[in-house]
Design a protein around this ligand. Structure first.
Ligand code: ZN
Ligand code: ZN
Length: 461
């Protein structure tokens, strides 16, 4: 039989024999799951990255070492077509910082400047604080009412399994300084987006207002936010001095690092997965996002070791997620192949374990996804009836262009104790959770890459 006839016969068999097709995929996925559970690749990737590179903000000298580390690691793991895709990142790098209560009860505060914070003048800013227990309270202040003050928002974050607690108050960090500046504030302090009680502030990026002055902004540790609440409750004006130095470069050299498992039948059809290589500076970028890049890289490697899948699996280690630059750069560079991007997803919510799978819209009943679902029971993962909508910020641009995505949701209960803080270190990761996540991703990548599932067509049904 000719090749063409053989593949026509295979296609016909698919139509009539979906059962056998699903059984083959399920057997392959189960085999990968079991191999992943006993595999230490992801763990060794995180161990290597946090030990040999450490913190690596975009635009820093450490990011150069991270870039070289990533190229060497992907090549050593057997990926093909390993290369760099350069772009310009919006970089912000921290300088010396301090904060203290000046009156009425002088004592130091633990803060971290936020990405895109303006530096304070030399010697710092000293002003009375205006403290709000919620972001809505800040929004309720009329224009000009915070003139000359340091605005402080001390709203607490809720611990959740799916990151909803972070989503609910993310604007406190990202939009707080802009809203404070519009009301006349000279600086902004936010209670860290943290579920922990450690006296460690949690960093993160923010946006300055385009219609008001750029102001200094910093995160307070949770205990320090509570300290300011207690001082304010005593009824006397509280004065704070804040000193923040930083430098920024709106077009810093940056790179997405790419490696592929080339497909055997449809190499131009691509499954794009990965995590981000950059990190915030206080910790060593272990859970954010050493874990995510390690899990997806290890999963792709395992899929490749089973033999080339039908389609190409491409691992991308995005180079400036924390400053929102790498996803946009990637989408712009890959616009032309968007129709061939079968699926795009990023693992960027910690070290697991994965507890929920949200599949692309309309895909639940496809034999390939049913095959995937059959291997999940021992991994304690539930398949949600809700379709995936967000797949990580570095693939948001691809999704906006029409790429399907998946949500393999890790349990984030502990993630935000650590996220963007000095406590984001390797010891916080349980290697068994990491292996469980790899098992879920490997089974999923395999059932997508080795099948002909067309998520776009399914979504349209
Ligand atoms: Zn991240
Ligand atoms: Zn982050």
């Amino acid at each position: 039989m000719s090749r063409r006839l053989a593949s026509a016969a295979a296609a016909a068999a698919l139509l009539t024999g979906g059962q056998a097709y699903a059984q083959d995929l399920a057997a392959g996925a189960a085999e990968l799951r079991d191999r992943a559970l006993a595999d230490g690749t992801a763990w060794s990737i995180v161990e290597s990255l946090t030990t040999e590179v450490g913190p690596r903000p975009a635009g820093s000298p450490a990011m150069l070492r991270a870039r070289d580390w990533a190229v060497a690691k992907l090549a050593a793991l057997g990926f093909k077509n390993v290369h760099l895709e350069p772009f310009a990142a919006d970089a912000w790098l921290r300088g010396p910082e301090s904060a203290e209560v000046v009156a009425p009860f002088p004592q130091p505060l633990h803060v971290l400047g936020l990405g895109r914070s303006a530096p304070t003048p030399r010697g710092g800013i000293e002003a009375e604080i205006a403290l709000f227990r919620s972001f809505d309270e800040l929004l309720a202040q009329p224009p000009g009412s915070l003139k000359g003050k340091i605005a402080v928002v001390t709203q607490a974050m809720t611990r959740t399994m799916d990151g909803a607690g972070y989503g609910a108050i993310n604007r406190n960090r990202t939009q707080g300084a802009a809203e404070a500046s519009r009301r006349g504030a000279v600086a902004y302090l936010v209670r860290s987006l943290s579920t922990d009680d450690a006296r460690l502030p949690h960093a993160g990026a923010m946006r300055q207002a385009s219609d008001a002055p750029a102001i200094p902004a910093a995160a307070l540790s949770v205990p320090d936010a509570q300290l300011l609440e207690r001082m304010v409750a005593r009824g006397r004006p509280v004065r704070v001095r804040l000193s923040l130095a930083s430098r920024s470069d709106p077009a810093a050299p940056a790179w997405n690092v790419v490696g592929e498992i080339p497909g055997r039948e449809a190499p131009d059809e691509v499954v794009v997965v990965g995590g981000h290589l950059d990190s915030w500076d206080p910790g060593t970028g272990a859970v954010d996002d050493g874990a995510g890049l390690a899990v997806t890289t290890a999963a792709a490697k395992l899929v490749g070791e089973r033999g080339a899948p039908r389609r190409t699996v491409r691992v991308v280690l995005w180079g400036a997620e924390e400053m929102d630059s790498s996803g946009e750069a990637y989408a712009t560079a890959h616009k032309a192949e968007i129709g061939k991007i079968v699926l795009a997803a990023e693992s960027d919510a910690g070290a697991g374990p994965v507890w929920q799978a949200r599949l692309p819209k309309g895909a639940l009943d496809h034999p390939a996804m049913k095959a995937f679902a059959t291997v999940l029971a021992p991994l304690k993962v539930v398949v949600s009836r809700e379709p995936a909508t967000v797949g990580g910020s570095d693939v948001a641009g691809l999704i906006a262009l029409g790429a399907p995505t998946v949500g393999l949701t890790p349990d984030t209960s502990r993630y935000f104790d650590l996220h963007h803080s000095a406590d984001d270190t390797r010891d916080k990761i349980d290697p068994r959770d990491l292996a469980q996540s790899v098992a879920v991703w490997a089974a999923f990548l395999y059932t997508v890459a080795d099948s002909d599932i067309d998520f776009r067509a399914l979504a349209g049904k």
